[in-house]
Design a binder for this molecule. Structure first.
Ligand code: SF4
Ligand code: SF4
Length: 334
């Protein structure tokens, strides 16, 4: 079977709005160093990353008959500065949940290849949906280098992008991205910009990172970290905003990834309204209780203690425990 020409793959991707891509032969086992270091640093409430260690280190385990790997990078919209409220959330979470948009796109790329080539190749699309080291594989394919902020950066388009993989039985022509060389140089801006000191030694310390703490962490956020939140209530973009390569960031590639949250909206989202308010968005995944915990911390971290206390009336246990951690509970007037 001759290789599928890159032009054919490009056409299939372009039909889905995917223009940043690379294809490589299915890689063999990955080095364990990164995962081991992460484990040693501590993974908090994302221990499942280590449970699937063997799968993460052997990408072909997800589809043993795969011949090729397609890696795509899909740009979301760049962050907007904090408004007068001081509250902020990660730019990628502005609009529709990218998982539910990007993964079907990759599935359709595979289906189109089958149709165009008259084959019945099997494919497996992964967008944060399977135990696979997406960033490492995308770097291997040359879509960028992993910077000091632990993110994949392209010298042409920066890092405001989402990654997706398609493992496929199709024999894709190899076409690397050509951006694998590390171009951080002597820059350390992201390390300096990180408010919690999470970036060190070219890695991100999970348990100190605001993204982890607001999205994955189940319990109370320690006060010594909460006081550095600076208004972030879902994720954090500071190590990307500070990266000089993001001055080249293009506009987001899909209008569905855009959106905004007004402060009035956020503070008025009740437990009953939470699911409907955040329907189709990644934020819904954290649930109302952790959303309220995050709002409490965010308000408190920008000096809005009185407004933070308003969240305590009838609050769930986690929010009350968080308030106690922040020293708010004793004066909550409950
Ligand atoms: S997301 Fe925020 S807290 Fe996490 S490493 Fe980047 S700057 Fe630091
Ligand atoms: S801010 Fe500087 S050190 Fe950090 S990822 Fe960007 S280029 Fe690399």
């Amino acid at each position: 079977m001759p290789a599928v020409p890159h032009s054919q793959l490009e056409a299939a991707c372009r039909a889905e709005g995917l223009t940043h891509l690379a294809s490589i032969p299915m890689p063999g086992p990955l080095a364990a160093e990164g995962l081991d270091r992460m484990a040693a640093d501590g993974v908090g409430d994302i221990g499942w990353i280590l449970q699937d260690r063997h799968l993460r280190l052997q990408p072909s385990a997800l589809l043993p008959t795969a011949r090729s790997l397609l890696c795509v990078a899909w740009h979301h919209h760049a962050p907007v500065a904090a408004g007068p409220s001081g509250l902020r959330r990660a730019a990628y979470a502005a609009g529709k949940d990218y998982h539910v948009v990007l993964r079907p796109k990759l599935g359709r790329v595979g289906a189109r290849l089958n149709r165009d080539c008259g084959q019945e190749w099997r494919h497996r699309a992964c967008v944060d949906s399977a135990p696979v080291c997406e960033r490492t594989l995308a770097a291997m394919a040359g879509l960028g280098w992993i910077g000091r902020n632990a993110l994949l950066i392209s010298p042409e388009t920066g890092s405001y992008r989402l990654l997706g993989l398609l493992l496929t039985e199709a024999p894709l022509e190899e076409r690397r991205g050509g951006h694998a060389a590390d171009r951080c140089g002597s820059c350390t801006r992201c390390e300096s910009a990180c408010p919690t000191g999470a970036l060190t030694g070219r890695r991100c310390l999970t348990e100190r990172c605001i993204s982890y703490l607001t999205i994955e962490h189940q319990g109370v956020i320690p006060r010594h970290l909460a006081e550095r939140f600076g208004g972030w209530w879902f994720g954090c973009d500071l190590c990307q905003e500070s990266c000089p390569w993001n001055r080249f960031a293009p506009p987001g590639e899909d209008v569905r990834l855009a959106g905004s949250d007004t402060e009035a909206d956020l503070l008025d989202v009740t437990a009953e309204r939470f699911d409907a308010h955040f329907a189709g968005r990644a934020i819904r995944r954290i649930g109302w209780i952790r959303f309220r915990r995050n709002l409490l911390v965010a308000l408190w971290s920008v000096g809005r203690q009185d407004e933070a206390r308003l969240l305590l009336t009838g609050a769930p246990e986690l929010v009350l425990a968080q308030a106690a951690e922040l020293g708010l509970a004793p004066t909550a007037g409950r």
